[in-house]
Design a binder for this molecule. Structure first.
Ligand SMILES: [Fe+2]
Length: 397
């Protein structure tokens, strides 16, 4: 598809969609308030999808206690490891078959939240093969109520209308529908205190990329301008602190809120090349998403410096990086420099040693295809520019 036509199409869709964020409760211990939410909504039986490690760490004891105290029935599927796929989704559905839950509670990282979205869709449309939910607007029925509790601050899945599921060939497929936006997002920093530093860093940069890429997209709508700059400012003020002080709940809660706001922004204004190329680095070299974003983000911003100057300058000003009267060009450059400094302060690599020349054509073709169909970027790359971009991933910033 011609990128100019697809950009026009995306802008039109975005204008009319006007997706509402998932309702949200926040703060340390808020996971224990889910039981009250269930009582208010007359949900009596919950399917809880989570990971063994969260249970073993004892982080969900208060949550289970609150369910017991309120006489709520629940079953727990805690065998989510690695990337979500259709086999896992089928196993969870088989596990809950005779239980007939009123609500699904997903507690975990992006994988747990994404597979739970597919489960919640399949529970209300049980005769449909799971693969049929893949694609844009393929979820036909209203979801089983879904409560999303993220345990990383980055994916924004707790409020997004996208779920990524890996198919039998190992290819990542997306379920895209406003229907899969969770009924409630619960942002509880206590669940993040055991998150490894490397994950705090990479997921935090992923959240930053959602906010920055959506803000500089050509889809920006006035009504949503608030979300991205707020998220970006919060990330600059809290990510490094959260990385260095994992037990500090103030930083953890702020990063969760920032990730949620970035997810809201991404829902309405999309992302861009940093994601298109990061997905390819993930597919070719198994580089985790946040780490791949750390490699692509700054170079993608540099590529768009002259077409997104005003917006990058606005972000610099909003974050307090520049004095009044600074030129737009200089302010935009300073913002990109600050992003690069933040990434390097978190000890994330900004070069990709695994990148091979023989993979360039496949990477470029797939990244261009993804961008043309989904991302309203301010400047499209030519093939030569994409080759230069990939070459630059081998060099230090
Ligand atoms: Fe992302």
């Amino acid at each position: 598809m011609n990128p100019k036509i697809s950009t026009w199409f995306l802008k039109s869709v975005s204008h009319f969609l006007n997706l509402k964020p998932a309702p949200m409760i926040e703060g340390s211990g808020s996971v224990k308030r889910i039981a009250n939410y269930c009582i208010i909504n007359k949900y009596r039986k919950a399917l809880i999808v989570t990971t063994q490690s969260l249970i073993e760490l004892g982080l969900l004891e208060g949550f289970f206690e609150s369910f017991k105290k309120n006489g709520l029935e629940y079953i727990v599927y805690d065998n989510v490891n690695g990337e979500p796929n259709f086999v896992l989704a089928k196993n969870i559905l088989d596990f809950s078959k005779n239980f007939n839950p009123d609500v699904v509670v997903a507690i975990g990282g992006g994988s747990v939240l994404d597979v739970a979205k597919l489960i919640a869709a399949a529970l209300t449309d049980p005769n449909r093969p799971l693969e049929k939910f893949v694609g844009i607007l393929k979820v036909r029925k209203k979801l089983k109520p879904l409560i999303a509790v993220p345990t990383t601050a980055g994916t924004g899945s707790e409020t997004s209308f996208i779920a990524v599921i890996t198919d039998a060939q190992g290819i990542k497929r997306t379920v895209v529908s406003p229907k899969i936006i969770p009924s409630l997002a619960v942002l509880d920093g206590e669940l993040l205190v055991s998150l490894p530093k490397t994950l705090t860093a990479s997921t935090g940069i992923d959240a930053l990329s959602h906010a920055v890429e959506s803000y500089i997209s050509t889809c920006t709508k006035k009504a949503h301008d608030f979300y991205a700059p707020t998220a970006i400012n919060m990330i600059f003020n809290n990510l490094k602190n959260s990385y260095e002080n994992p037990d500090n709940l103030v930083y953890r809660n702020k990063m969760l809120k920032a990730s949620y706001l970035a997810g809201v922004s991404m829902n309405n204004e999309m992302v861009g090349y940093a994601h298109a190329f990061a997905h390819q680095l993930g597919a070719h070299y198994h580089i985790p998403h946040g780490n791949a974003i750390a490699m692509t983000l700054v170079r993608v911003l540099q590529f768009q410096l002259n077409t997104a100057t005003k917006k990058l300058a606005e972000l610099a000003s909003f974050c307090g990086f520049v004095d009044e009267g600074e030129s737009e060009q200089k302010a935009a450059e300073i913002f990109i420099k600050k992003v690069a400094e933040l990434i390097s302060s978190l000890n994330l690599h900004q070069t990709c040693e695994k990148l091979k020349k023989e993979d360039y054509e496949s990477i470029i073709e797939n990244a261009f295809y993804e961008t043309a169909r989904r991302y309203p970027v301010s400047r499209f790359m030519t093939h030569d520019e994409a080759v230069a971009f990939l070459d630059s991933l081998k060099e230090e910033i």
